[in-house]
Design a protein around this ligand. Structure first.
Ligand code: UT7
Length: 323
């Protein structure tokens, strides 16, 4: 059978770093509170002239280089983002133009922090059915542009960045020894919309709006929902959670990462954490953490990796893959 194989991974973080101390200069918070409650030490912020497509292009170039591919090979681009350059066209088409990819398929996915997992599943639908031979799946965000900088309950939590993977078809036997995307669990519950949303939109008040969150309510949902999705995505791949070499969670809060690991009996040494340096980069956080784990030599070809996320919607999900 044809499997959708991740053949290259790349990440990009904008140059400017904002530390907790930098934020404490203009909002009533402290480095101590932020580190203790979230694990975050710093976040990156895009330059005023950087759009989210610029971040996406940087990550995509690195992923293509890692895969030994060029923009000319790409026939599908999916960008998971909640902070597009423009209301339309899709960021994916802007990335296509900036990279110089040929005419192909390009569109965005909006599932907020779960966007990258949703995008991978969508790409699998094209690649494994023979409708794409080289797909770019990108998570890219400029979350700092959605912050209310007077709201200490949210503005300390988010950062900007992008991560990308190249997905190509590969032969598999149809079992969990195959390389590629092996299992998914995708979920949404629109009744919890009020817990995490942006209070602006094209068809409502015509504003960009600011991110609003009932943090402690989201926190409670996160550990339960993510744990269920992780177990389901492992079962979908025909493996046990204990078989997984590396867990790559959405990087929202170190306490959520620890809570999920504890609930599922996962050794914390198997959990890739970038939340201290990147904060919450929404749809970019999983591919950025994957890129970091590969770059520092921890994650190696052939290993089993499990990705998971939860965000606005609420949406959540998980993906099992073998690199
Ligand atoms: O990516 C999408 C998914 N998002 C998440 O998963 C985020 C989930 N939520 C969280 O990570 C945590 O709930 C937060 C980090 C947002 C908040 O932590 P918490 O332990 O749930 O705190 P809390 O909201 O219950 O607030 C506790 C106290 C409050 O003060 P009082 O009312 O007890 O006097 C807040 O006003 O902490 C206060 N507080 C702060 N203090 C200093 C809230 N934010 C800050 C701050 N600095 N930045």
């Amino acid at each position: 059978m044809i499997r959708s194989v991740v053949t290259g991974v790349g990440g990009y973080l904008p140059e400017e770093v904002l530390t907790n101390a930098d934020l404490a200069r203009f909002v009533d918070t402290s480095d101590e509170w932020i580190q203790e409650r979230t694990g975050i030490r710093q976040r990156h912020r895009a330059a005023p002239d950087q759009a989210v497509s610029d971040l996406a292009v940087e990550a995509a170039r690195k992923a293509l280089e890692a895969a030994g591919r060029s923009p000319a090979d790409v026939d599908l681009i999916i960008v998971a983002t909640t902070t597009p350059d423009l209301t339309f066209p899709a960021v994916a088409t802007i990335v296509q133009r900036k990279l110089g990819c040929p005419v192909g398929i390009a569109f965005d996915i909006q599932a907020v922090c779960s966007g990258f997992v949703y995008a991978l599943s969508t790409a699998d639908g094209f690649v494994a059915r023979g409708r794409s031979s080289c797909a770019l799946v990108i998570g890219a965000e400029t979350m700092t542009r959605l912050m209310d900088w007077s709201d200490r309950g949210t503005c300390v939590l988010f950062g900007d960045g992008a991560g990308a993977v190249v997905v190509e078809p590969g032969e598999g036997r149809g079992d969990a020894s195959d390389r590629g995307l092996l299992g998914f669990a995708l979920r949404a519950d629109g009744t919890k919309q009020d817990l995490l949303y942006v209070d602006g939109g094209v068809s409502t008040n015509g504003q960009i709006g600011h991110l609003r969150m009932q943090g402690n309510q989201v926190f409670k949902q996160a550990v339960i929902n993510i744990s269920e999705a992780v177990t389901a995505a492992a079962a979908d791949a025909g493996i046990a959670v204990s078989d997984v070499d590396w867990f790559i969670p959405h990087q929202a809060n170190q306490r959520i990462l620890n809570g999920v690991a504890h609930r599922l009996g996962i050794d914390e040494a198997k959990v890739i954490s970038t939340v201290a340096e990147h904060a919450n980069t929404s749809a970019a956080s999983i591919p950025l953490a994957l890129a970091q784990g590969i770059a520092d030599g921890r994650i190696r070809p052939g290993q089993l990796v499990l990705l998971e996320a939860m965000g606005g919607g609420l949406t959540w999900g998980a993906c099992t893959l073998r690199l």
